[in-house]
Structure formats: structure tokens, C-alpha cells
Write a protein that binds this ligand. Structure first.
Ligand code: PBG
Length: 333
């Protein structure tokens, strides 16, 4: 598109910025509660709320309170909630068996939410790190993260989540071939309508730090995730990964982290036109909250501006810890 306009003073851009009404009329993008997916952290017990110190305002919640939180989100018009379990170090094993236990925390939460708040979509995390004695997303043998064996384990995990009633599976592990393997297994088991939102372009990022505290993986993790997560310097590889995952049967794709990777979001949406999501990750959330707590920025305004940036980049939605705050602010108008 070649914009055509007269030169100054025939064209004055400030004419359309003069009043709130004119600005609203010419606003190009909008953010609504429909755009939000809320990631939440689960913990064992009853009536438990455990603040996550590095994520001010975020708490791990026990099952009973997660159901209440889901009901609150649903009332606010948030269409989906994404579950992450804090796992007791005692159930972490090298084989990660807890990941496909039908009675693990995530699977119990899926059932409880679907029973009591059926209208909210429940998304899961498909990766081994919460259950892994090594803290990695895949099985580790002699310091190597095994690909194909991990994919088999992830398929078991995905099937257990499907069986529990998940609406959207979110493979966040970055193993090769996992989307195709999961899709075939879901079809074969009769789970034809379960959506996969692939973490297709997930970078090896420093911005995941607070999340690893929240799920209790910081202590376990040795080394980094660079042999499976992407190099932050790469752009074309993101497009090849998205193409691959769509070809293997992903319904939606994700770019993660969000704010430092808006160029990737825009290219993915422009190139494929598939439902595209960004994950505004824990470190991005923590930065905004911490600066706001110090009085260095206006927290609400920074939240809105950061989330609007994803819409401008072409994203269909955003996974964000701000989801309830944002939805509340939108409701107030
Ligand atoms: C791991 C996983 C991570 C996040 C979601 N799933 C962390 C990691 O890859 O180490 C990060 C989310 C966040 O930082 O908010 N499967």
C-alpha cells in the first residue's frame, strides 16, 4: 500500500489527533477481553494461595481456588485459562512419569474447571520440565536432551490431558516432530476436536526466570535450554518452525517471549495468516510490575500499551499474567 497525501499544510496529521472522539474514530487496532489467555499456577492442598515473589500480584492457587479464579475470569469475558503446575520436588523423576498421571495436579484441575466453569476454554502446557528431576523440557541421558524419546512421553502426557477434558493443548517443549506425533495420536484415540496451540517459535530467553520460580523448576535446572529453544538472533528459522508445525497439524501458533519478538509476531501473521498468539512471559510482566511498584512508570498504562502492541503486530491474542487486570480495566472503560 502506498499512502497518498498532500504535503504540509494541506495534510496535517494533528487534525485527527485533536479530540478523543477523532482519535477513537481513527484508531487502527483494538484490544478486548476476547484477546486474552490467562496463565495460572496450580499448587497442592486446599485453600492455598502462595505469592510468587518475582511476579508481584501472581499467586499459586490450590484446586478449589483455581476453580473460583476460572469462574471470575469467565465472568470478565476471558475466553481461556492456561494451567501450569507447581510440582513437589518429591514427584520429580528422571523418567517424568508424573507428567501423564491421570490424577496429576493439572489433570485434576482440568476436570474440576470443566465441571464447574464449562464455558471457559482450558489450555494446558505439554512439556516435561515441571516433572523432571533435571528441570529440562525433555528426558535427559548423559547430559543430552533426547528428542524422540521425549516426543513419546509428550504424546502420553497430551493424551492424559485430552482424556481429562482439555480444550487446547500447548506443547511448549520445542522437540522436533512433536506436533505431528500428538496430532496422529489424538486422531487415533478419537480426540478429533482438541486444538493444538504450538509454541512454534520459542526462544531460549532470560525472560522466563520468574516463571521457573513459580513452577519450582529453577532449583532443578542445570545449564540452559539452548539445544532445543531458539537462538534469539534468528528470524527465518521462526518462519520455518511455524510452517513445519502448521503442516504437522497445529491449529494455532505462538511466538514466545512477546515484547522483544514483535518483529517475529508480525512476520508470522503476515506470512501464514494462521491464528497467531504471543506469550508476554513472566519476565516481561515482572519488569512492568516492578517499575510500577517503584513509581517509575504508570503500571496500568504500560500494561495497556504493551498489550496493544501485540494487536498492532497482528496477533490474534496474548497469553498474559495481566489478563484479569486488563479485562477489569476494559470493563470500566
Ligand atoms: C516450559 C515453559 C516455560 C514457560 C512456559 N512453559 C519456561 C521455560 O521454557 O523454561 C515460560 C513462561 C513464562 O516465563 O511466563 N515448558
Amino acid at each position: 500500500m502506498q499512502p497518498v497525501q498532500a504535503t504540509y499544510p494541506m495534510t496535517r496529521f494533528r487534525r485527527l489527533r485533536r479530540t478523543a472522539a477523532l482519535r477513537a474514530l481513527t484508531q487502527e487496532n483494538a484490544l478486548t477481553a476476547d484477546d486474552l489467555i490467562w496463565p495460572v499456577f496450580l499448587c497442592d492442598g486446599v485453600n492455598q494461595r502462595q505469592p510468587v515473589v518475582s511476579m508481584p500480584g501472581v499467586e499459586r492457587l490450590s484446586l478449589d481456588l483455581i476453580v473460583e479464579a476460572a469462574a471470575m475470569a469467565c465472568d470478565l469475558g476471558i475466553p481461556a485459562i492456561c494451567l501450569f503446575p507447581y510440582t513437589d520436588p518429591r514427584v520429580k523423576t528422571p523418567g517424568c512419569e508424573e507428567a501423564w498421571n491421570p490424577e496429576n495436579l493439572t489433570n485434576r484441575a482440568i476436570r474440576a474447571i470443566k465441571a464447574q466453569v464449562p464455558d471457559i476454554a482450558v489450555m494446558t502446557d505439554v512439556a516435561l520440565d515441571p516433572y523432571n528431576a533435571h528441570g529440562h523440557d525433555g528426558l535427559v541421558v548423559d547430559g543430552i536432551i533426547l528428542n524422540d524419546e521425549t516426543v513419546e512421553a509428550l504424546v502420553r502426557m497430551a493424551l492424559a490431558q485430552a482424556e481429562a477434558g482439555a480444550d487446547i493443548l500447548g506443547p511448549s517443549d520445542m522437540m522436533d516432530g512433536r506436533i505431528g506425533a500428538m496430532r496422529s495420536a489424538l486422531e487415533a484415540a478419537g480426540y478429533k476436536d482438541i486444538a493444538i496451540l504450538s509454541y512454534a517459535a520459542k526462544y531460549a530467553s532470560a525472560f522466563y526466570g520468574p516463571f521457573r520460580d513459580a513452577v519450582g523448576a529453577s532449583g532443578a535446572l542445570k545449564g540452559d535450554k539452548k539445544t532445543y529453544q531458539m537462538n534469539p538472533a534468528n528470524r527465518d528459522e521462526a518462519l520455518r518452525l511455524v510452517a513445519r508445525d502448521l503442516a504437522e497439524g497445529a491449529d494455532m501458533v505462538m511466538v514466545k517471549p512477546g515484547m522483544p519478538y514483535l518483529d517475529i509476531c508480525a512476520r508470522v501473521k503476515d506470512s501464514f495468516g494462521a491464528p497467531t498468539f504471543a506469550y508476554q512471559v513472566s519476565g516481561e510482566y515482572a519488569m512492568i510490575r516492578a517499575a510500577a511498584q517503584n513509581g517509575w512508570i504508570d503500571g496500568d498504562k504500560a500494561m495497556v500499551e504493551s498489550l496493544m502492541a501485540f494487536k498492532r503486530a497482528g496477533c490474534d491474542g496474548i497469553l498474559t499474567y495481566f489478563a484479569p487486570d486488563m479485562a477489569r480495566l476494559l470493563r470500566k472503560g
